[in-house]
Design a protein around this ligand. Structure first.
Ligand SMILES: [Zn+2]
Length: 322
C-alpha cells in the first residue's frame, strides 16, 4: 500500500502544522488566563512540573515508587479540578486550556502506535480521487451505480460475469502482481464506467492510481519531448510509476508513429516492473494491429485479462429514458 507519495507528504505536513498551531493556541490562552486570573499561574506551573516530578521519582529507584506515583497523580487530578473550577467561575469553558486536536484518536499525529489513523486514511483517499484524475467522475461511475438492467439476454449473462470479474479484480488488487485488464467492445457499453470504478476502488484500497484518457496521455508524452533539463517536473513520470494506470478509450488519440513508440515503451516498462494497467478500448484486435505495432498488441493480449463488453448502447438507452 503506497498511496500517492506527493499526497502523503502534503497531508503529513498539514498534520504537523495543525499540531503546532493547536499547541500555540493553547499556550497563548494560558498566558492570557494567567494574566487575568492570578491563582492560575501557580496551578499551571505546578501542572507543568508533573512530568519532571515523575521522572525524578523513577530515577530515585523502585523503592516506594508506586506510592510516589500515586501521590503525584492524585495531586495532579486535584490541580486539574481546581483549574477547571477557576476557569468556569471566571466564565470560561472548563477545557479552555486543553490542546484541541481535530482527531482526538491520534492527537493529529496521523498514526496510532505506528498504524495509520482512520482520519489520515480518509484524507489520503480524498486526495487520491483528486490526484488520480477521477474526482469529477467517480461519484457517478462506481461499482454501486453500474446497472445491469440495460443489458438483456446473452448480453446480460455476459455483462454479469464481466462486472463480477472486474469488481473482483479491483477488490483484490494488491499492487505488484495483480495483473492487467483489457476492457473492449462497442461504444456506450459501460467500459469507462467500470474503468473509473476500478480506479476508485483501488484508490480506496490505498494504492497509487492514475486515470487518464488516451488523448491526454499521448498529448502529455508529446509535450514532454520538448521538455528541457530544469523545466517543471515531468508530467509523464507518474504513468510509469503509479501502481495502477487506467488508460481510457485507447484508440481515440491522434494517431502517429510517436504514439506507437510511447505506448510500446510504457507497456514494456509497466509489464516488466510488474505494475498493473487497465485499458478500455472500442478497437477490435484487427483495428489494434492496424493502428499499433504487433509487438504491442501481442504483449497486451498475452499479458492482459480481456473482457468483452456486449449489448445495446447504454448511453442511447438512458437518453431515450429522459
Ligand atoms: Zn486521527
Amino acid at each position: 500500500m503506497a498511496f500517492n507519495r506527493d499526497d502523503y507528504v502534503k497531508i503529513k505536513e498539514s498534520y504537523d502544522l495543525r499540531r503546532r498551531k493547536a499547541a500555540e493556541t493553547a499556550d497563548i490562552r494560558k498566558t492570557e488566563i494567567c494574566a487575568i486570573i492570578p491563582q492560575m499561574k501557580e496551578i499551571c506551573d505546578k501542572l507543568e512540573a508533573t512530568g519532571p516530578r515523575i521522572f525524578a521519582a523513577v530515577r530515585e529507584g523502585k523503592d516506594g515508587l508506586n506510592e510516589k506515583l500515586a501521590a503525584i497523580r492524585a495531586e495532579n487530578e486535584a490541580l486539574i479540578e481546581k483549574e477547571s473550577a477557576l476557569l468556569t467561575s471566571n466564565g470560561y469553558p472548563a477545557d479552555w486550556l486543553d490542546i484541541k486536536y481535530e482527531c482526538p484518536l491520534c492527537r493529529d499525529e496521523g498514526n496510532i502506535d505506528g498504524r495509520m489513523c482512520s482520519c489520515m486514511r480518509q484524507k489520503l483517499i480524498k486526495a487520491g480521487y483528486e490526484s488520480s484524475g477521477i474526482s469529477h467522475l467517480c461519484e457517478k461511475m462506481n461499482f454501486d451505480t453500474f446497472s445491469l438492467s440495460y443489458y438483456t439476454g446473452d448480453d446480460r449473462k455476459n455483462m454479469e460475469t464481466v462486472y463480477k470479474k472486474v469488481k473482483d479484480y479491483a477488490d483484490n488488487f494488491n499492487g505488484e502482481g495483480s495483473g492487467s485488464v483489457l476492457l473492449f467492445g462497442g461504444t456506450g457499453l459501460g467500459k469507462t464506467h467500470l474503468a473509473v470504478a476500478v480506479a476508485k476502488r483501488v484508490v480506496e484500497r490505498g494504492f497509487y492510481t492514475v486515470y487518464v484518457t488516451s488523448g491526454t496521455l499521448f498529448n502529455n508524452f508529446r509535450d514532454e519531448r520538448f521538455r528541457r533539463e530544469g523545466d517543471a517536473e515531468s508530467k509523464t513520470a507518474k504513468y510509469s510509476e503509479c501502481e495502477l494506470l487506467v488508460i481510457d478509450d485507447l484508440g481515440t488519440e491522434l494517431p502517429g508513429r510517436d504514439v506507437v513508440a510511447f505506448l510500446y515503451n510504457l507497456m514494456n516498462t509497466r509489464i516488466n516492473s510488474g505494475r498493473s494497467t487497465v485499458i478500455s478500448t472500442n478497437l477490435s484486435t484487427r483495428d489494434m494491429l492496424e493502428r499499433y505495432d504487433d509487438r504491442i498488441v501481442s504483449r497486451i493480449y498475452g499479458e492482459f485479462l480481456a473482457f468483452r463488453f456486449s449489448g445495446k448502447d447504454v448511453r442511447m438507452q438512458k437518453l431515450k429514458e429522459n
